[in-house]
Design a binder for this molecule. Structure first.
Ligand SMILES: [Zn+2]
Length: 433
């Protein structure tokens, strides 16, 4: 999977770097696009940068790491079009990458990508709009092209190429593709400002600007990363949220802080929320509902991917408080049980049991919760209870992909139960997939 993407990416990046003659375009002032440009009418250097973007699009498609969720794509695309109606068809959402790390990037040809992690971590359409508005602003202001022309970006490419040829994985490469452009602080500020203008103009609560970045920062902090991937080369989070507060304060009366802003963006960032109805700062119930429906599958899919890739802390941060408030549907709550079980810290097995039982009480069809319970019983040495729970799992999930493994486990349990020893097995991670 990794090498498949890395080679074309390298080729595309070499193509991006090739036309650069130090100082060639750097001196001239580059105006933002006032309307969708005709790629053929661009100067040669920019045309090459643009077509290198096309190459990257193809590489990403070939890597087959895109989420297949037409409803989600149509929805996110419509949010993007709502922000940039004048660039419809030019700034285009090309895909959602199956990567649990929250990230987004735009290519110099207007192709926008985001990750499943971004959809999972953000909590409202307004927050999503903030990120999309920012990325699209990089395109409108031709930051990719401008950055290509500077010596600084050449060295950023050098670093990137080394990392790529050093064989990092596809997901890492993709994350890098966005970071590659290494936009300057000035460009980042410009994208924040221009994107924010679009967000406000489209009628979103301005407070979403602060919220979105706080959420992303809170998630990055769980893993001791200073900056979310999205901000790899960006101004500091603090600087950024401050800048957003200033932008909000500068809005004309009636558009600013009072409007749907709500307190506690920080709280929302800390607790997260998988049930966006209760989520922060969007006073438009129709929009909240639309967001909730269009992203439901993706947010569930994110939880699965996050559990599979060891992002247990994100799941707990996202779901713990809403679960306790009774706001999380059983299918999503199951992943909170999984996150506790897999995190396996002090008290986590009990927490997991509590969640699994609540899930089964509300929806007996969530048979996988029985498997989670069985794993915990088995690790605690309660073999009869474990066997019983495994059986309930298989009864409830006749088509389970892990049926064979579970039946084998059941056989072992019954033997050990018969002998009466009931020795707890050393805890494997118990993940059956
Ligand atoms: Zn940026």
């Amino acid at each position: 999977m990794s090498s498949r993407l890395a080679a074309p990416l390298v080729a595309a990046l070499v193509a991006l770097a090739a036309p650069v003659v130090p100082g060639a375009a750097g001196a001239t002032e580059v105006e933002p696009f006032g309307a969708p440009p005709d790629p053929a009418a661009l100067v040669e250097e920019e045309r090459r940068v643009w077509s290198a973007g096309d190459d990257l699009d193809r590489s990403i498609r070939r890597a087959r790491n895109l989420v297949r969720d037409e409803a989600l794509l149509a929805y996110v695309g419509s949010v993007l079009d709502g922000l940039y109606p004048d660039f419809r068809g030019t700034i285009v959402l090309k895909g959602v990458l199956r990567d649990a790390d929250p990230n987004a990037f735009v290519l110099p040809n207007g192709s926008v990508y985001l990750t499943l992690g971004l959809v999972g971590v953000l909590g409202s359409e307004a927050q999503l709009a903030v990120v999309l508005g920012h990325e699209a602003a990089h395109f409108v202001h031709r930051h990719g092209y401008q950055q290509m022309s500077s010596a600084k970006s050449m060295s950023a490419f050098g670093v990137g190429l080394t990392v790529l040829t050093g064989g990092i994985g596809a997901i890492g490469s993709l994350a890098l593709a966005g970071a590659f452009y290494g936009y300057s602080r000035d460009h980042e500020r410009e994208a924040d400002r221009a994107g924010f203008e679009r967000v406000v103009r489209a009628g979103y609560p301005p407070q979403a600007g602060v919220e979105a970045f706080e959420r992303l920062a809170a998630d990055a902090k769980l893993y001791d990363r200073k900056q979310p991937t999205f901000f790899a080369s960006h101004p500091s989070m603090l600087e950024r949220t401050e800048a957003f507060r200033e932008l909000i304060a500068a809005l004309p009366a009636g558009q600013g802080a009072g409007q749907g802003a709500g307190q506690g963006a920080g709280h929302a960032a800390a607790t997260g929320n998988a049930a966006p109805a209760a989520s922060a700062a969007d006073p438009d119930p129709a929009r909240v509902l639309r967001y909730r429906q269009a992203t439901a599958r993706a947010r569930l899919e994110y939880l699965r991917l996050a559990a599979e890739t060891g992002r247990h802390r994100s799941i707990v941060a996202l779901l713990e408080a809403p679960f306790q408030a009774g706001e999380v549907e059983p299918a999503a709550a199951f992943w909170l049980g999984e996150a506790y079980r897999l995190r396996a810290g002090e008290g986590d097995p009990d927490r997991a049991v509590g969640v699994y039982r609540a899930v089964l009480e509300r929806d007996p069809g969530q048979a996988a919760a029985w498997r989670g319970l069985a794993e915990i019983e088995r690790r605690a040495g309660r073999m009869a209870e474990a066997a019983d729970a495994y059986r309930r799992y298989l009864d409830g999930a006749p088509g389970a992909v892990d049926r064979e493994a579970i039946e084998a486990e059941l056989g072992r349990l019954q033997r050990s139960d018969g002998s009466g020893t009931g020795e707890p097995e050393p805890a494997g991670q118990g993940e059956t997939r």
